[in-house]
Design a protein around this ligand. Structure first.
Ligand code: F6P
Length: 321
């Protein structure tokens, strides 16, 4: 089986980028070890602090964030970092070629129930711009996107813009090995993922779309749909990459100050790149996610992604509205 390092060399990935991607994978290996030990490693439970988004930080959010920051600070190609758990961008090497945004522990409400969590990374090219301004690039500029999912197996999905590949961690050697190249999301699906408890807060377009899915073969779609919700984007997107589906966290009015839940720079953009590179689509309902011009590192956005034909069907309800 091909290791991640052999894969990167054989694919001719930019030699500057290769050690950085290896460093991201190594972060995944170390966080995976902590997740596996759980209570035995003393990493479960919450801290008394809140992040910039006003969310209570879990111990593992903080530990994973510190671990990634430390490892990337030692990587000469990293110019700066942006993290869900940091109020501001963090500078690394002034002559570094890349900017890395990350969600150190996605789905952290799952930590204490021994359910799926993951880490998401987005890599952008550096420029002469400094601080937060340097990160204000649309997702199409990403040179790599990657997530590590800490499930029954630890897996890493990676794209450098030439398809999406899946690696599985060999716990005996600590190496990621290629298990699926050129992942392909089926264009059609009968599976959807949404937090249905927010239904009364959705916009009319999403209300109608989901109502028609629920009507199944008695409604206009003429077929039955099944629903799944892992409450960790990384887990839901992984399922979509493996067997298709549509995943959405749409606009809602639950908290008018926060009409969107997911973060653009370190959730929506990297996942959109991984999904598009596997033949799927990713939209806000009105625009392709990867072409959005960011305005802030912690900016939030509506997300509809997955099987191409199903995303197109959902967008049809939005254009009619
Ligand atoms: O980062 C936000 C997140 O944890 C996503 O990973 C996940 O899809 C979503 O929130 C879960 O939201 P909810 O708590 O509404 O189920």
């Amino acid at each position: 089986m091909q290791s991640l390092s052999q894969f990167l060399t054989e694919r001719g990935v930019d030699p500057q980028l290769q050690p950085l991607l290896q460093a991201l994978a190594q972060c995944g290996v170390e966080i995976s070890q902590l997740v596996r030990r759980g209570a035995l490693a003393g990493v479960l439970g919450a801290t008394e602090t809140e992040n910039v988004q006003g969310e209570t930080q879990k111990k593992l959010d903080v530990i994973a964030n510190d671990l990634i920051k430390q490892r990337l600070a030692a990587e000469p190609s990293v110019k700066a970092m942006a993290s869900e758990e940091e109020d501001h961008t963090v500078d690394a090497h002034a002559d570094g070629h890349y900017l890395v945004s990350f969600d150190p522990l996605d789905g952290s409400s799952n930590i204490d129930i021994n359910s799926l969590v993951g880490t998401i990374f987005s890599v952008l090219p550096a420029s002469d711009r400094k601080g937060e301004a340097a990160f204000m690039q649309p997702g199409i500029n990403q040179v790599a996107a990657c997530y590590v999912l800490y499930g029954p197996a630890t897996v890493l999905a990676l794209t450098t813009g030439e398809g999406t590949s899946l690696f599985s961690l060999d716990p005996d050697t600590g190496e990621f090995l290629l298990v699926e190249d050129a992942m392909t999301i089926p264009a059609e699906t009968n599976e959807f993922a949404i937090n249905a408890s927010n239904q009364r807060f959705w916009q009319p377009a999403m209300q109608s779309y989901i109502a028609d899915l629920l009507a199944g073969d008695t409604g206009p779609r003429g077929k039955n749909f099944n629903m799944r919700w892992i409450a960790a984007m990384v887990g839901d997107v992984h399922r979509v990459l493996c067997r298709g589906g549509i995943f959405t966290y749409p606009t809602d009015t639950k908290n008018p100050a926060k009409p969107y839940k997911l973060r653009l720079m370190y959730e929506a953009n990297p996942m959109a790149m991984l999904v598009e590179q596997a033949g799927g689509s990713a939209s806000t309902g009105y625009e392709r996610i990867l072409t959005l011009q960011p305005e802030a590192i912690h900016q939030r956005v509506a997300v509809i992604l997955g099987s191409r034909d199903e995303v197109a069907a959902c967008l049809g309800y939005h254009s009619q509205a």
